[in-house]
Design a protein around this ligand. Structure first.
Ligand code: S3P
Length: 171
């Protein structure tokens, strides 16, 4: 089946949602967020899912949502940072679209998330240390993407332009 989706991968706070929404406006494409779908399905916030049902329950719901979204055609997918942990997620997403990893340094990520509270994995005493630890584990998984865009020192518009160039003629 021809790939028709643009799938944005990347660590928490790397700008996937901002990029997906901006790109959606520019390209007039529907944006689908795994996190928003999960919250809609569960009728509760992600932090609450982690707190009361645990991470493994969250990952199971995330997997179902990825299965659903991978059936959609011509959309931009804003993936939660942890979708890469499950190889089945990666297979389905990669069959449905072009995988683009928005890569950011731990320091840039920390700057983006330091005043937010909605990401349970980073609500810890040393968020920068935790970012570095998770990035070390996940780096090789994000590397499965078809393309990587280094986002440090780039504007949102520049990142969107790069994505448009990447997907031109391919989807
Ligand atoms: C997670 C990333 C979050 C959200 C959840 C877990 C992760 O999404 O799915 O808090 O494991 O990286 P964002 O990357 O959109 O923040």
């Amino acid at each position: 089946m021809k790939k028709t989706n643009i799938v944005l991968l990347g660590f928490m706070g790397s700008g996937k949602s901002l990029t997906a929404n901006k790109l959606g406006k520019i390209c007039r494409k529907k944006v689908v967020s795994t996190d928003i779908r999960i919250e809609q399905k569960e009728k509760r916030a992600i932090a609450e899912i982690f707190e009361t049902s645990g991470e493994s329950y969250f990952r199971a719901v995330e997997k179902k949502v990825v299965q659903e979204i991978a059936q959609e055609r011509g959309v931009i997918v804003d993936c939660g940072g942890g979708v890469v942990l499950d190889p089945v997620n990666m297979d389905l997403l990669s069959q449905s679209g072009i995988l683009i990893y928005l890569s950011a340094s731990a320091e840039a990520i920390f700057k983006n998330i330091k005043n937010t509270r909605h990401r349970p994995l980073l609500n810890v005493a040393d968020p920068l240390g935790k970012i570095k630890e998770l990035l070390a584990v996940r780096g090789p998984l994000y590397a499965r993407a078809d393309y990587t865009i280094e986002t440090d020192h780039k504007t949102l518009d520049e990142v969107c332009e790069e994505i448009k160039d990447i997907v031109k003629g391919k989807i």
